[in-house]
Design a protein around this ligand. Structure first.
Ligand code: HEC
Length: 192
């Protein structure tokens, strides 16, 4: 294998792209709960929009507030990103949500707006642990981050699949300590 060339192309793709699996309950729901609940949860559905986990499905779909995989076409994103206080901004009379909140919601929508149990990495991987590919962000020792799917661990290499489908055996020791421990946790045998 032309290891140098592979590393160079992986390094090229290590370009700080942001999309990766965001968990609705863990990453998105808390934002709705802290910023939107007063008007859109717990029996409140201003504008006909309920963001409760058991009702949000009604707001997901073509032409709905949340268009799966299309954050740019999602009215909800438009409204929380109206920085200069347009009259449609959500929450009302604010400057929209902060960047990290917007990013989490965007990533969740662009991942197809999955709710719990839909297309997410298993929360209790046990038996499936070694088989379930792990999509996520990976950072190398130089601090560059990519989005890729960890297919499996092969010796001292992490077999990473890029969004374009190409796979690279990436030397685990050249990942950041944090990514290394993620790889190790993934590759470790399931606890009894
Ligand atoms: C203080 C109350 C209040 C809060 C807080 C609030 N909203 Fe709203 N929201 C409204 C009202 C009232 C409407 C209906 C009027 C309108 O469309 O502007 C609305 C409408 C919407 C709509 C359009 C629904 C439709 O189908 O037309 C979206 C999307 C929305 N809100 C998203 C959010 C999000 C996301 C948050 C939290 C970041 C949020 N709102 C926080 C009051 C609120």
């Amino acid at each position: 294998m032309k290891n140098k060339a592979i590393l160079a192309s992986v390094a090229l793709i290590f370009c700080g792209s942001t999309a990766f699996a965001v968990d609705f309950k863990k990453d998105v729901l808390p934002i709705f709960e802290s910023s939107c609940a007063k008007c859109h949860m717990g029996g409140n559905a201003k504008g006909g929009l309920a963001l409760d986990p058991d009702r949000i499905k009604e707001a997901i779909g073509d032409g709905a507030s949340i268009v799966p995989s299309k954050s740019d076409s999602s009215d909800l994103i438009r409204r929380i990103t109206m920085k200069d206080g347009g009259e449609d901004v959500m929450p009302p009379k604010s400057k929209g949500l902060g960047n990290s909140d917007v990013r989490a919601i965007r990533e969740w929508i662009d991942a197809g707006a999955p709710l719990e149990g839909e297309g997410m990495v298993a929360q209790k991987p046990e038996a499936a642990k070694a088989l379930q590919p792990l999509r996520g962000e990976w950072t190398n020792a130089q601090g560059k981050t990519i989005t890729a799917t960890l297919l499996r661990v092969e010796g001292d290499k992490a077999l990473l699949q890029m969004p374009n489908g190409a796979t690279y055996p990436y030397p685990i020791e050249q990942l950041s300590p944090e990514s290394q421990s993620k790889v190790r946790a993934f590759g470790a045998p399931a606890a009894p």
